[in-house]
Design a protein around this ligand. Structure first.
Ligand SMILES: [Zn+2]
Length: 367
């Protein structure tokens, strides 16, 4: 670790504003900033049973660049309750711990990081700029036994080559700071980052912050592509053009400055048959929920047992009726056949709860 980053790490607590603790998860590789009362609980991101306390000067890189902007939590409590109870009801033969109240009680606000990078951009650019213009033509049409003239307007684009030199500062280009960002957004939908507000330490009350696990060097490649798009649009606006194509530039960048944008997520979990935590994620803006579904094999076996017991009673009745049919009352044989069919029908359904639990735990959970 370089001297400067070590110094930066020693100062990190001051920048975050309060007496925070750093902990890491060995399972998902997450590093978290936690308020003291949340220390050494379950990993809020993957559900692993314990987190290990970390020192900011550890060998493992810890990106404690300060938060600059925050996207506030704004999902309504009623929406959260509804999402959670719908999920809890959606699993038949659910583990006993999968209940709406448990999920709501364990709901934890977690901020996910995005990088915000400032940079000074210099260089030459060239592109073709497109300008809309209208042409008006007249079309003759024979209608109602008369020739009528119709004016037709058509928009065309005139392309002109342009070039220039730019030198300007770009602020707060956002790029993902978490390896799992795409995975999370594929589950619960994208975060709306258009209107973030400036960060205040008070935003972190009761919340846990997931620090970046994607080095700025990696994120920088994405940032350059996004900057290129932004610069191309700016050049188009400066040229007062309507379109642009074939944008090329030879940029050089300086004064990169990295801060964080925090995105709002709720996480919760329930314990399955094996006491493993199964995670539930809820979008902090929309309340959209996605959770891992697990059925309880124990409950499936119990239900199958009850069905088999009922089938056994029917089997007994069938045997008694058969006995009667061959000895005293011939009519009983017809009844024995009927109850026998019922026995097979009921007994056959005993596999359904087992099949369902197997399907949920092995097939549906992989989707
Ligand atoms: Zn974890």
């Amino acid at each position: 670790m370089s001297e400067t980053s070590q110094m930066a790490n020693e100062n990190w607590i001051k920048r975050w504003g309060t007496d925070w603790v750093l902990e890491g998860c060995a399972s998902c590789n997450g590093v978290f900033v936690l308020p003291p009362e949340k220390v050494s609980q379950r990993c809020p991101f993957c559900g692993q049973a314990t987190l290990a306390q970390m020192d900011p000067s550890d060998d493992r890189p810890v990106y404690t660049q300060p938060p600059e902007m925050v996207v506030p939590f704004r999902a309504q409590e009623a929406t959260l309750r509804q999402s959670v109870s719908q999920f809890a009801k959606s699993v038949w033969l659910a583990p006993t711990d999968l209940q709406a109240n448990n999920l709501l009680g364990r709901l934890q606000p977690v901020y996910l990081p995005m990088w915000l990078v400032d940079a000074q951009v210099q260089g030459n650019w060239q592109a073709e700029m497109g300008f809309d213009y209208e042409i008006v033509s007249h079309r003759e049409q024979y209608r109602n036994s008369n020739w009528e003239t119709e004016r037709v307007k058509e928009t065309r684009v005139r392309w002109e080559p342009r070039l220039g030199r730019l030198n300007r500062a770009h602020h707060n280009q956002a790029t993902p700071a978490l390896e799992q960002q795409d995975e999370v957004e594929a589950k619960i939908g994208r975060f709306q980052t258009k209107e973030p507000k400036p960060f205040h330490p008070g935003d972190l009350t009761g919340a846990i912050v997931h620090l970046p696990n994607r080095p700025p060097d990696d994120a920088w490649n994405d940032a350059v592509l996004l900057l290129q798009t932004a610069v191309a649009q700016e050049c188009r606006q400066a040229s007062e053009a309507d379109h642009t194509r074939g944008f090329k530039w030879s940029p050089s960048f300086s004064n990169q400055h990295w801060t964080q944008l925090l995105l709002p997520l709720y996480t919760s979990y329930y314990l399955d048959d094996d006491n493993q935590a199964q995670m539930v994620l809820v979008h902090g803006q929309t309340g959209k929920l996605r959770g891992v579904k697990r059925a309880s094999l124990k409950r499936a076996r119990r239900v199958a047992g009850i069905i088999l017991a009922v089938a056994a009673v029917f089997l007994l009745i069938t045997l008694v009726l058969l006995g009667l049919g061959f000895t005293v009352a011939e009519d009983a044989l017809a009844w024995a056949g009927l109850v026998g069919v019922l026995t097979i029908g009921v007994g056959g359904t005993a596999v359904l709860p087992l099949l369902y639990a197997w399907y949920i735990n092995n097939v549906a959970s992989r989707e």
